[in-house]
Design a protein around this ligand. Structure first.
Ligand code: FE
Length: 352
């Protein structure tokens, strides 16, 4: 190779390196977000982050299962930097499947209570953090059902509630997490008997989402329903009078106030295993536990903030009794871990 040729090759290599650096720099003002949060009010959260940091967010929306499948299919080539999922069982699954990388952040660890994070990762840090919580509450027909007959999850399986219960599919993540928590509280044998009792008490086979169960109570088809709290709050705060009329017909219970407290699920975030913009991803998660973002979770989507010291300022949640209630303090990662066992129990008792 002549000197000139060798110089050209070296120059090209340097050029390529510089080119790559240029690209990396351009990317550092961006963040690729895979989000399962299906709440239109979250737009304000994302634009708030971009305004505060200058980092542009490219968002891919899918449900929890869709995001997990996509991350697995993409492997090391995945452009995902940060992932938001809306359920403890899914966060646990994604973690076990190696789709996250651990993060050490004083900001996140100070803000998020220990029971609302993943287990400690190998080598320290946490692989995901809860960012907001939602209660799995019971609603009931105020005319036909006494509040005291539905004030614990256990009572939903009581023979006195036969033919009254409406609930979405047992294998939906929101139910897998509730049932995973019940398995932790009752032990597997009693939990399975409880699930059998739920099946025996159903007013109809499981169908629809949580809002459909609330509507079933309002229409008289169901006496009792199980729902995430924000669906109820959304009806209460709706600008549509028909939605508010539905909400007015049903009573709300935060179950198990005299025992372990109402089951809480989390929506949470994690840095993707193969994140190219890791620093931006951590910055984004830290932004989501800031008072402004936490306030948004509470007021925009009717969830509860996880960060200590952020106070609840949401009329619907307060009207429901959600300003001061006893919530379950189980480590949320344990709840996710039980989901395989729960699915087997559901099959055994024929809970669709
Ligand atoms: Fe939801």
């Amino acid at each position: 190779m002549s000197f000139t040729m060798r110089f050209t090759v070296i120059a090209a290599a340097i050029g390529a390196t510089l080119g790559f650096c240029g690209l990396a720099q351009a990317q550092s003002n961006e963040l690729n977000l895979y989000s399962a949060r299906h709440y239109p009010t979250d737009e304000a959260l994302y634009s708030g982050f971009t305004q505060a940091t200058g980092i542009k967010i490219n968002r891919v929306d899918a449900d929890d299962a869709g995001i997990l499948a996509r991350l697995k299919a993409e492997g090391t080539a995945s452009p995902a930097d940060v992932i938001l999922l809306v359920d403890a069982a899914r966060l646990w699954r994604a973690d076990v499947d190696g789709l996250f990388q651990p993060v050490r952040s004083k900001v996140l660890e100070d803000a998020v209570p220990a029971h609302l994070r993943s287990k400690v990762a190998d080598g320290g840090g946490f692989s995901w953090y809860g960012l907001s919580t939602r209660a799995r509450i019971v609603v009931y027909d105020k005319v036909k059902v006494n509040k005291t007959d539905v004030d614990t999850y256990e009572k939903l399986a009581d023979p006195q509630n036969k033919g009254k219960l409406c609930i979405r599919s047992g294998s939906h993540p929101y139910n897998l997490s509730l049932f995973g928590a019940m398995t932790e509280h009752l032990g597997a044998e009693k939990a399975q008997a409880w699930l059998q009792g739920l099946v025996a008490n159903m007013a109809r086979p499981p169908k629809g989402g949580d809002t459909d169960q609330i509507k079933g109570v309002a229409s008289g088809e169901c006496g009792i329903a199980v729902t995430n709290s924000y669906y109820m709050a959304r009806l209460m705060r709706s600008t549509n009078p028909a939605d508010r009329a539905i909400a007015e017909k049903v009573g709300v219970v935060f179950p198990n106030q005299s025992s372990w407290g109402t089951h809480m699920n989390v929506a949470g975030g994690a840095v993707a295993r193969h994140a190219k913009n890791r620093d931006n991803a951590v910055k984004f998660l830290e932004y989501l536990v800031s008072p402004a973002a936490q306030n948004h979770f509470a007021n925009g989507n009717n969830e509860w903030p996880v960060a200590k010291g952020v106070k609840l300022d949401n009329p619907a949640l307060r009207a429901m009794g959600g300003a001061d209630f006893k919530s379950e303090l189980l480590p949320i990662s344990v709840v996710g871990m039980n989901q395989v066992k729960v699915q087997q129990m559901l099959d055994r008792v024929d809970f669709k």
